[in-house]
Design a protein around this ligand. Structure first.
Ligand SMILES: Cc1cc2nc3c(=O)[nH]c(=O)nc-3n(C[C@H](O)[C@H](O)[C@H](O)COP(=O)(O)OP(=O)(O)OC[C@H]3O[C@@H](n4cnc5c(N)ncnc54)[C@H](O)[C@@H]3O)c2cc1C
Length: 402
């Protein structure tokens, strides 16, 4: 069988937020880039939909913000959590030193389509869909490319650097044998849609009450609902019956009462497993991982997309000059890990604390810790600026180099 051979300066595996953003930035800097994405489009429903203030700031720095904000989205200037029947503001973005002082809620496929469309304006940008990477090409122990299968046959991409941006189940990190350090997350998420009256504005994101937790994302005509369960408990929840599950949802968010009957079968509900982990070393000669492939994030705080984007910006800033010249010096790859590993690690540490101190105790009925942040945020509202800074900006926000 004929194998198509492609040459480029940088080959990115995975067309998620990290991969497409990096592809755009490299092409913009004149680097020949090929993105390989295993799906035929970006339309995958069960993904995060949050574009954070620091990511919107990057769009501003790239002169893309006005165009970007024409895509339908909802603005979240603050985040509330409903603890039982008390709504508590936990994040207020209005004080952040950025252009957009809110989270934009936008389907991820709209965001990725927009970036890919902008990228395709540069002749150096190429994205190949339905191309699933399944092997590395090595010469004298150095990674020099990848193999991928497509509906038309196999392709071999030869490159100065392979970037693994292929998410939590990264094939690249497995093939490269990079060591994964697990933090262990004792939860899974049940993901489902609940239709809504477009007139109903429900700005709350989180609902917590009596050993149940849920996150709702308003998508104009429906809510995307993430119902949090202890790891491995889906079968038990199924045994308790659909009626019981619907009642649990209503007990958290009574406003859903009229529409919850739309959950007709268990097939309407998708189980997503949650992980927090990181690579001890992100790189090998000729290869580096970024985004979830380097540090898989829990959905807590909805910060994973933003971190993936920040990694992409740092990668472009550090490597775009070296990439067209030949194999990237390992020292530069090491610098990239040094720059991005800590911001990701700090956020993961916070996620682990939230899992251990809030999410898990609440799911197991011993929620004594919950009262403390609740009380603090109510008495001292200015404290909401701290989580706003961490969630909205992250640690060490990156800036686009002109
Ligand atoms: C239940 C859940 C909810 C979440 N909600 C949010 C949220 O609301 N906000 C938020 O910021 N974060 C959220 N996150 C985290 C967020 O999804 C990730 O941190 C983020 O998507 C990471 O981006 P990425 O580009 O690194 O990887 P991904 O988004 O996972 O993208 C990887 C891409 O690589 C492709 N790919 C995989 N393998 C191959 C292969 N072999 N060949 C070619 N292509 C391949 C995949 O198809 C995919 O398109 C959530 C996570 C979970 C588990």
């Amino acid at each position: 069988m004929m194998v198509e051979k492609i040459k480029c300066d940088c080959c990115i595996t995975g067309g998620g937020p990290a991969g497409v953003m990096l592809g755009y930035l490299l092409a913009r800097a004149g680097v020949e880039v090929v993105i390989l994405e295993k799906h035929k489009d970006f339309f995958r429903d069960f993904r995060g939909d949050t574009i954070h203030p620091s990511a919107l700031q990057l769009m501003h720095e790239l002169d893309l913000l006005d165009q970007f904000l024409k895509i339908p989205h909802q603005k979240l200037p603050r985040l509330k959590i409903n603890f039982g029947n008390k709504a508590v503001k936990v994040c207020d973005f209005s004080h952040l030193p950025v252009q957009c002082k809110y989270i934009a809620l936008m389907p991820q496929w709209d965001f990725l389509n927009f970036l890919a469309e902008q990228g395709s304006k540069f002749k150096q940008f190429r994205i190949i869909k339905e191309a699933e990477v399944n092997d590395l090409i090595k010469e004298n122990g150095i990674v020099t490319g990848v193999k991928a299968k497509t509906p038309q046959g196999e392709i071999n991409v030869y490159t100065n650097l392979v970037v693994g941006a292929d998410g939590r189940s990264s094939v690249i990190r497995q093939l490269a044998d990079l060591k994964v350090v697990e933090s262990g997350v004792p939860i899974d998420v049940l993901w489902l849609h609940i239709p809504k009256d477009p007139a109903l504005i429900e700005q709350s994101l989180g609902y917590i009450n009596n050993n149940k937790m849920m996150v709702l994302t308003d998508r104009a005509t429906y809510f995307q609902c993430g119902y949090i369960i202890p790891k491995g408990k889906f079968e038990e929840i199924k045994r308790q019956g659909l009626e019981n599950f619907r009642a649990n949802i209503i007990s958290l968010a009574p406003a859903l009462n009229l529409n919850v009957s739309s959950i007709a079968t268990w097939d309407d509900i998708k189980l997503l497993t949650v992980q927090i982990n990181h690579l001890q070393q992100w790189y090998l000669p000729g290869l580096i991982c970024i985004g979830d492939a380097a540090h898989a994030m829990s959905p807590v705080g909805g910060v994973g997309i933003n971190l993936a984007i920040q990694d992409a910006v740092a990668t472009a800033n550090l490597l775009s000059e070296a990439l067209p010249k030949g194999p990237v010096p390992v020292e530069l790859l090491k610098q990239l890990q040094q720059r991005r590993a800590r911001p990701a690690q700090w956020i993961q540490n916070i996620q682990v604390i939230i899992h251990n101190r809030i999410v898990n105790p609440n799911l197991n009925r011993t929620n004594k810790w919950m009262a403390i942040p609740l009380w603090l945020f109510r008495i001292f509202p200015f404290l909401t600026r701290i989580p706003a800074r961490i969630v909205g900006m992250g640690f060490r926000p990156e800036h686009v180099q002109k």
